[in-house]
Every structure is written in C-alpha cells, then in structure tokens.
Write a protein that binds this ligand. Structure first.
Ligand code: FAD
Length: 435
C-alpha cells in the first residue's frame, strides 16, 4: 500500500478520490494533490473555478441524484452502482457540513398541467447544500485530509505530464514522479486535457455543442413552478432540426449570477446561497441548446464565445432591467447591450438564437406576469471536450492503465457524477493494492 498517487486538481473529483483512499486506510503521506488555486482558508469568492473543491466549492451546491443528470456515470458502472457511488458523495458533503440536518432533498413527482402545452419538465431528486455552507464544508474536509497526512501543493499549475515516464511537470523547473495519476482538472483545465489528448493521440468520443444564455428574473414570476420543483428543468426538442433546449441549473431565493472564465473569455453561470441574509428573491437559470451535426463543435463554440464579448466581458440584454449584483455587492461583470445590438448576437449564433427567443416568448405565456421583467447574460456555455476513451471499471486510459481521468475532465457535468467518478477510481486503486 505504498505506491505514490498524484492527483492533479483538488476539485470535487480529486477530493472525493483522496477521501475514499484515506477512509479505507491508504496512507495519506503517499497521496499528493496539486492545484493551481488556493486552499479553502485563502480562496476568495471571485475564484469561482479553482482551489479546494474546484468549481464545486463555489457552486450553487445542488447535488443532483439521478443517473440521467450531470454527465456519464452509469455508462461506466451500470445504474445500481452509480446510485451507490452518488450516495457516498452526498454522504461526504453531509459529513463535513456544519449543519448536516439542513441538507434536504427535493423530489418532484408530477409534471404540472400549466406548462404542458409549451414545455416538458424533467423530474429528478436534488440534495441542496447551499453555496455559503460549501465554504465551511471545504475547510472541515480539508482539515480531515491534512490530518490523514495528504500532501497539498497549492497555487501551482501542472503544465505537462509525461505518461510514459510517469512524470508531472510543474512549470519548466519542477517535476514529480508518480505510480498512479488521477487527472481531475475540471473545466478550468479543459485546455490541458485537450493538449494531452492530442500529444498522446488518445482515442476520444465526439461531443455535441451546448451553448445558450443565463436567464434572470424576479422569482415571483416562477413561484408557481418553484413550489412544485425547486430546481425545475424545462425542456423541448426539435428532433428534425437536431436541436434540443433545456433550462439548466435553476437558482432561487438567494440567487446570484456568476462569471465563469474559460479560455480567457467570459460566460455565465449561477449561485444559490442558503443563508437567508443573502435573500434577493431572484431566479436565474441557463437556457442551453444542444445542437447536433456541427462539424468540429468544440472549435465552433469557442469561436462564437470569443465573438460574444465586449470590452473583455460577456454581454447583458434586457428589455427593462439592469444587471444584478453579486452577493458581495458588486455589479455582475458584463457589458449591457440594447435591442439593436441583439442583431449581432443573433447573427453570431448562426441562426440558432431564435430557439432561445421562442423559449423566452413561451415562458411569457406560461408565466403571465413575466412580461419584459427579465434579462439575459450572454453567453452560457458547457464546453464538452472530446471524451477520452477509458476502461469502464477504473476510468483508466486505454493506453496508460495507471492514468485515470475523472470528473468534468472525463464526461461529468456536475458534482455528484464528478465525485462518484473520483470514488470509483479510488476503489479500483484500493482493490489493486490489496491484491
Ligand atoms: C458557478 C458554478 C455553479 C455550479 N453549480 C453546480 C451545482 O449546483 N451542482 C452541480 O452538480 N454542479 C455545479 N457546477 C458544476 C460542478 O461544479 C462541476 O461539474 C464539478 O466541480 C466538476 O468537478 P471536477 O473535480 O471535475 O472539477 P473542478 O471541481 O472544476 O476542479 C478542478 C480543479 O483542478 C484544478 N486545475 C485545473 N487545471 C490545473 C492544472 N493544470 N494544474 C493544477 N490544477 C489544475 C483547478 O484549480 C480546480 O480546483 C457548477 C459550476 C460552476 C462554475
């Protein structure tokens, strides 16, 4: 049990992997986690994507609990095992939560009639942790791993990995060898994953484009639906046109729009705080289109996102409102555009923006008080990197069985799936070491 494990990325996947290992008696001294962000005591609120628990540490803390949501898990493990892994992730979040009794599950069961003519509603259970508690969870969780002897290297970017010689490069000067590597760089490391896929000519599976906007409006307009499903997911499909749309990651009560920075460009996402002192009675959610049949979807998306920026910010459009403030009281960083400028957005999105316009128009019919009382932050994007092909039992690369890809760097798109993939890999490592 003394092989050296290096985990690149202290995000949800990497931290859950390390936790499973030390919980099962693996010596923490033999585990090193390298992250370009900061530990949970020094991480600042604007560092949304990096640091302890990664993007999950500053997320809106909603742990989806269904195999059809949050990326691929059951494709590797089957449904039963997937649910069991998700239970372990949720248990970890409760275990380090200062008030675990406040982690509640909402589980809507019936699609309401009033949305039916226009939208479908995806029904699935969600555990709510709350963004503000994530900070405390992070500290408690970190302290536990430190107590167990796990080594952390902070504010350090891994710049290359030699899979053949089993060496991680930190800048040009420093190197670290490993026996087993867990590659858990999340969305902030998406470029790095792509670089390695190209360098080692890894077999990958293509992914569709997911692009859209972050919609924001006063919560009162949506309350009727929120009472039925807190994190509602409206959806519609245009099979003949290869386009489907869904509302994504709904935040209510204390709901804030967050800036995400990927590849040097702005895109938007959302936070929900639990502490009622942050209550702003707003709702925000993504309206995301999945578009099939685009050649080279990754580059296509990147180009569009690059164009939808002004003065190094993303865009905001509203027929009546101004951009909101963050929970720290700053204006959400965005450039407000007018109706005339929207022509440029429509052109840039290559004709696909009409689906979003129709979605908003139909929401106005379903939620009649909404009218012009809304705004959109442009763009929201889910970059889905080509997914490296891995062995299903332990998520290791087909060419390099001691290198495991996990979390958003593989096929996840959320906390429970990312954490589960980390735990799956840790379990397989433990099994091999015990043989
Ligand atoms: C604002 C926001 C809200 C969200 N809300 C939710 C939600 O409510 N529910 C949900 O399920 N999902 C949510 N998500 C998505 C969720 O956070 C991610 O799916 C999840 O965190 C992915 O876990 P991961 O471990 O793969 O990557 P991450 O958690 O992103 O961690 C990756 C880590 O790798 C580090 N890293 C990257 N590259 C390098 C490098 N080269 N060298 C060293 N370190 C590196 C980063 O610093 C980061 O800490 C949200 C995301 C955002 C941005």
């Amino acid at each position: 049990m003394n092989k050296k494990i290096v985990i690149v990325g202290a995000g949800v996947a990497g931290v859950n992997a390390a936790t499973k290992l030390v919980d099962q008696g693996y010596p923490g001294e033999n585990i090193t986690i390298i992250d370009m962000g900061k530990d949970p005591y020094n991480r600042k609120p604007e560092e949304v994507m990096t640091g302890f628990l990664g993007a999950g540490g500053w997320s809106d803390g909603k742990l989806t609990y269904h195999t059809a949501i949050g990326g691929h898990l059951s494709k590797y493990t089957g449904d039963e095992k997937a649910m069991e892994l998700m239970d372990q992730v949720i248990e970890n979040f409760k275990r380090f939560h200062p008030k675990p009794e406040e982690v509640q599950c909402s589980n809507p069961v019936a699609e309401p009639d009033f949305i039916k003519p226009y939208f479908g509603l995806r029904l699935f259970p969600v555990w709510h942790v709350g963004t503000d508690y994530l900070h405390e969870i992070g500290k408690n969780w970190y302290d536990y791993l430190i107590d167990k002897g796990v080594n952390f290297i902070w504010e350090t970017k891994v710049t290359d990995i030699n899979f053949e010689d089993q060496i991680v490069s930190i800048g040009v000067v420093d190197e670290m060898s490993y026996d087993t590597l867990i590659f858990a760089v999340g969305k902030s490391g998406i470029d790095f994953g792509k670089q390695l896929e190209e360098e080692y000519q890894l077999d990958t599976e293509p992914k569709p484009v997911q692009i859209g906007v972050r919609f924001e409006a006063p919560q009162k307009h949506f309350q009727k639906l929120i009472d039925i499903s807190y994190d509602f997911k409206l959806y519609r499909k245009f099979d003949d046109e290869g386009v489907s749309l869904r509302s994504f990651c709904t935040n209510n009560n204390a709901a804030y729009v967050a800036v995400e920075e990927t590849y040097g460009n702005y895109s938007y996402n959302g936070h929900a705080k639990k502490d009622m002192k942050f209550r702003n009675d707003m709702t925000n959610f993504g309206i995301l289109m999945q578009i099939q049949g685009i050649d080279n979807p990754f580059d296509w998306t990147r180009e569009i996102i690059g164009k939808l920026q002004k003065e190094s910010k993303g865009l905001y459009y509203s027929p009546s409102r101004k951009p909101s403030q963050t929970s720290e009281g700053n204006n959400v960083s965005t450039y407000q555009i007018n109706k005339e400028d929207m022509k440029f957005v429509k052109e840039t999105m290559g004709g696909y923006f009409k689906y979003i316009e129709d979605f908003i128009e139909d929401m106005k019919k379903v939620f009649p008080t909404l009218k012009d009382d809304w705004g959109i932050y442009i763009p929201e994007v889910k970059y889905l990197n080509p997914e490296p092909k891995v062995n299903h039992n332990d998520l290791s690369l087909l060419k390099f069985p001691n290198v495991h890809f996990v979390g958003d760097a593989l096929s996840a798109r959320g906390i429970t799936v990312s954490g589960s993939q980390g735990i799956l890999v840790a379990s397989s490592i433990l099994k091999n070491h015990l043989l």
